[in-house]
Design a protein around this ligand. Structure first.
Ligand SMILES: C[S@@+](CC[C@H](N)C(=O)[O-])C[C@H]1O[C@@H](n2cnc3c(N)ncnc32)[C@H](O)[C@@H]1O
Length: 918
């Protein structure tokens, strides 16, 4: 269940008559508990409670519906129950149908309210549904509720107005108008309580036949100045509505037809308290309403405010706060700061429903309010123009919502800092036209939408011939000073981009690099920001998939950005960008801040193990977001470091027909001699790590005739041939000529040193090992055939782990090993014979330590929680020996390791004339 569905279920439960016996089960069902789990709980099988009449579900909740007036003592009993602790209950809850009390046993929060109001606190209990909440969401029950109600109305309206489904821009504009009206009638922007909904209720027929007509008339009034209303024949009931303008009600005021159900939804929505709306959160939530694909995840893709602040604080807000601190009560300094802020432009070129802009605006208003307070001008009108917060958004609904969200944020800030009266006096008419541009940010000219200085906005770019703006551009209120670009542009790997997106990238990168096709879509925003920065004073920071700072994208994108005279001014290394879909579903992102001229030392932010953020001032930040000189590691076909050659394992390309289980091998009924010649053990990545036994057909040409006389083998070879011939890939068709073999047929004469291609980032060392000459590997592993054992010591080292984790591609966070990026580029000092002998001993010790735990697999042995001490000690010695070769002592930490590796890489590539080192 998503939060919207949960909210609805909880609200429905509160409306039903209180049933003491049933309540605990009803409550759990509302949070998505399956009937089977509830049946077992009801039967007592899984009820762990030691409090009479209560229900305790392990790891979840201890809940009791009690007799009237006994809520306090029941909650106390639940709190003091030893089972609450031993069964790790997240919550305790007691209610008698009148009062409702609950406690969060981990976070310590409490809820105490009337029973009828408990749905307002449903966000508090979202962990019961497996949804990890952030602080704000607990307070944003309203936003989820409103999103759910509006979604119902939207769906119902489209049912009865199929033509409006095709007119999505009109429909979205209509929804934005409605939201404005709901907000306005609850905040005294409309005079008279519930003016909008009451007028609809009273003036339109109960059968809903003319709801759309009454509403259209109200909208028309809001687009007509009071002095011209008479002439425009505005109906008397609509004349009570103020003139709003600001393009919100201009143009057609046509409304979709309402069914009776839609009319009742409308009135129901208006009964919510819209004062409570959070324009930043609400906007993100409601985006999904107009999106067929997203609707299922309604309310899930909420972006947390703390995450947005990770971009905005270092970008410019921290600096403003510092200046405020420095200014103290010095009136002139405070004034300078206020003047500076009035000219700051914030520009989000993928703004969605405007959450970055809204938060930037609200934070700046808070600073300004403090300035005004210190200067003794608390009621002063804000000098920060809303229209300095510019955005580009591709989809029209979020673009509509972004503007509305900013309008609402402005009003709420005015109420908060200046008082209701002042806020109202200046709110209407909305004097600004649309300053959020609906269009493709990679095609539009940013300079024309957000010009650095001057008040005008001119559309200059040729690009606009292809994507015309469908609304008037509006000018700025003042000359402008600094411009800050921010946002969370879309991430799309190269295989997921559609033709238009590819062509967006080609237009930006085609003339700069041949390799642009490998770039993620988000790269376009970084390049455009750097190009923009060449024309004006700006700093840009985007949230991005971490893939642009790893592996093959680094040497493609970053030299271009750097050569556009930009550097990384601050960055946040990889972290999960969580949303309500649950923490784990969030993507792994980085934040990269670009600037042209450095005014202070770059700052690198990193998430510590306890989840806190650690900031470090450094000399420079390279494209891998390491505190090291600029270096982009290029793929190398052969080792640059003099190490033995590493190749990828054999590619079966067989549709699974050359691979066999032990059982299948037995069923071939081969003689011992045939078995020795035709069969080899075969490891894929998972088989190697988890010790899964698997075999393959391994047929030399000389043995082919004999092998094919075995019908089962013949059948398998034929199946491979058919599969390869059917492939659209010419190479595969060619391989059909030798369908009895894999693409490569490499195997060690004596042994093979193996490194698994994909591995969990949680293992402290890369999975590697040695296999014998009767075992082969497939393309999910890399091989050093017959290489000396000390090479395994290198792969098993922490230094190599750090290097591979940085310069190779990551799949989410998982390591993806690569010979061309990880092994061939690994910087290593020249090894003496003695070094090699020492490292050989270390590798042997690691293998012996593993042997001592036979039959534990690599997965068992390298589980970070369970790694055996003797194995850990063997790795420790390995690291000790290797690191002494590098610097004569152990490295203090991974940061120091990486810095040294980048230094050596720079030297190595400078010597060999390869690579691009700055
Ligand atoms: C990851 S969302 C971020 C939106 C918002 N900041 C948030 O956190 O919800 C990216 C936004 O970029 C928009 N977008 C995608 N491609 C775009 C393009 N070429 N030009 C402008 N906006 C685009 C999407 O519609 C989406 O709203």
């Amino acid at each position: 269940m998503n939060p919207v569905e949960i909210e609805e279920a909880v609200s429905n439960l509160a409306l039903e008559p209180f049933d003491q016996a049933e309540f605990p089960f009803q409550f759990l069902r509302a949070f998505g508990q399956k009937d089977t789990a509830l049946t077992r709980l009801r039967a007592g099988n899984t009820n762990q409670s030691d409090v009479p009449g209560a229900i305790l579900q392990r790891g979840n909740i201890h809940i009791a519906a009690c007799d009237p007036g006994r809520v306090d003592e029941t909650l106390k009993a639940l709190r003091e129950s030893p089972k609450t602790t031993s069964q790790k209950a997240k919550f305790i809850l007691a209610t008698d149908g009148e009062a409702f009390q609950a406690e969060d046993m981990n976070g310590g929060g409490t809820v105490a309210c009337a029973y009828s109001e408990f749905p307002d606190h449903f966000g508090f209990f979202l962990p019961l549904a497996g949804i990890t909440t952030v602080e704000q969401i607990r307070e944003s029950s309203f936003d989820i509720k409103a999103t759910g109600r509006l979604n119902k109305l939207y769906v119902e309206l489209l049912k009865d107005n199929p033509d409006w489904a095709r007119r999505s821009a009109d429909m979205n504009h209509f929804m934005a108008r409605l939201i404005f009206c709901f907000f306005a009638e609850d905040t005294d922007i409309f005079l008279g309580e519930g003016l909008f909904s009451k007028t609809i209720e009273q003036m339109s027929a109960r059968d809903s036949s003319d709801t759309h007509i009454v509403m259209a008339e109200i909208f028309r009034a809001m687009d007509t100045k009071p002095e011209t209303r008479e002439a425009a024949s505005i109906k008397p009931y609509a004349r009570k509505f103020p003139y709003v303008n600001g393009q919100l009600f201009s143009g057609s005021t046509e409304c979709p037809r309402f069914t009776k159900i839609a009319r009742s939804y409308l009135l129901h929505i208006s009964s919510l308290n819209w004062k409570k709306i959070n324009p930043d959160i609400f906007g993100s939530m409601i985006q999904a309403v107009a999106d067929d694909e997203e609707r299922g995840a309604l309310g899930m893709h909420y972006t947390s405010v703390p995450n947005i602040l990770k971009v905005l604080n270092p970008l410019f807000l921290d600096d403003l706060r510092e200046k405020l601190e420095e200014a103290g009560d010095n009136g002139r300094k405070l004034l300078n700061l206020r003047n500076r802020m009035a000219k700051i432009r914030v520009f989000d070129p993928a703004c969605g429903s405007g959450n970055f802009l809204v938060i930037a605006y609200k934070e700046m208003r808070a600073i300004e309010a403090e300035i005004n307070k210190r200067r003794g001008e608390p009621d002063r009108r804000s000098d920060i123009p809303l229209t300095n917060f510019r955005g580009i958004e591709l989809r029209d609904f979020p673009a509509e919502i972004a503007r509305l969200a900013l309008i609402i944020a402005e009003y709420q800030c005015d109420v908060l800092y200046r008082g209701q009266q002042e806020a109202l006096a200046e709110f209407l008419p909305l004097d600004s036209q649309n300053w959020i541009t609906c269009g493709n940010a990679l095609r539009l000219d940013w300079l024309s939408i957000c010009p650095p200085t001057g008040t005008g906005v001119k559309v200059q770019a040729n690009d606009l011939f292809e994507t015309p703006l469908d609304q008037a551009e509006i000018d700025f209120e003042n000359e402008g000073g600094e411009t800050y670009i921010c946002g969370n542009p879309p991430y799309l790997g190269s295989t997921w981009q559609d033709a238009e997106q590819k062509s967006d990238l080609e237009r930006i990168f085609g003339h700069r690099t041949k390799s642009w096709k490998s770039l993620d879509y988000v790269a376009g925003w970084f390049m455009k920001a750097a190009d923009y920065g060449l024309q004006t004073r700006t700093v840009a920071a985007f949230v991005s998939t971490n893939s642009i700072c790893q592996g093959q994208q680094v040497p493609i994108l970053w030299p271009l950005v750097f050569s556009a005279d930009h550097e990384i001014g601050f960055a946040h290394t990889s972290f999960k960008w969580a949303n309500l879909a649950s923490n784990k579903a969030g993507v792994t992102v980085v934040i990269v801040g670009l600037q042209r001229r450095r005014s202070s030392a770059p700052v690198l932010f990193q998430e510590a193990d306890d989840g806190s953020t650690v900031a470090r001032e450094v000399d420079c930040i390279n494209a891998y977001l390491c505190a090291a000189p600029r270096t982009e590691v290029q793929q190398a076909r052969a080792p640059l470091n003099g190490l033995p050659s590493m190749v990828r394992g054999n590619m079966p390309y067989d549709g699974g027909h050359l691979l066999l289980t032990l059982d299948e091998v037995e069923r071939l009924s081969l003689s011992d001699d045939q078995r020795a010649r035709f069969i080899r053990k075969n490891y894929g990545g998972a088989e190697f790590i988890r010790g899964i036994e698997r075999y393959c057909l391994w047929l030399d040409d000389v043995d082919l005739e004999e092998a094919l006389s075995n019908p089962a083998i013949k059948g398998r070879v034929e199946a491979v041939r058919t599969m390869r011939l059917a492939s659209p890939d010419k190479g595969a068709n060619e391989m059909a000529k030798r369908a009895h073999q894999m693409r490569e047929m490499n195997i060690g004469t004596n042994h093979t040193i193996v490194a698994a291609a994909i591995s969990s980032e949680n293992r402290p060392f890369l999975p590697c090992g040695v296999i014998d000459n009767r075992t082969t590997i497939n393309n999910k592993n890399y091989a050093l055939y017959d290489a000396p054992l000390w090479t395994m010591a290198l792969i098993a080292s922490r230094l190599h782990w750090v290097w591979v984790g940085t310069v190779c591609v990551r799949l989410e966070m998982r390591f993806s090993y690569s010979n061309t990026l990880g092994w061939n580029t690994f910087p290593i000092p020249t090894l003496t014979d003695q070094n090699k002998a020492d490292l050989t001993r270390c590798a042997e010790d690691i293998l012996l330590a593993r042997e001592a735990h036979f039959p534990a697999t690599i997965a068992d042995l390298y589980d970070p929680e369970k790694m055996p001490e003797d194995l850990r000690a063997a790795h420790d010695r390995n690291d000790e020996v290797l690191e002494r070769i590098y610097i004569g002592r152990r490295f203090r930490n991974d940061t120091e390791r990486l810095e040294k590796l980048f230094e050596l890489y720079t030297k190595m590539t400078a010597k060999s004339g390869r690579g691009k080192a700055a």
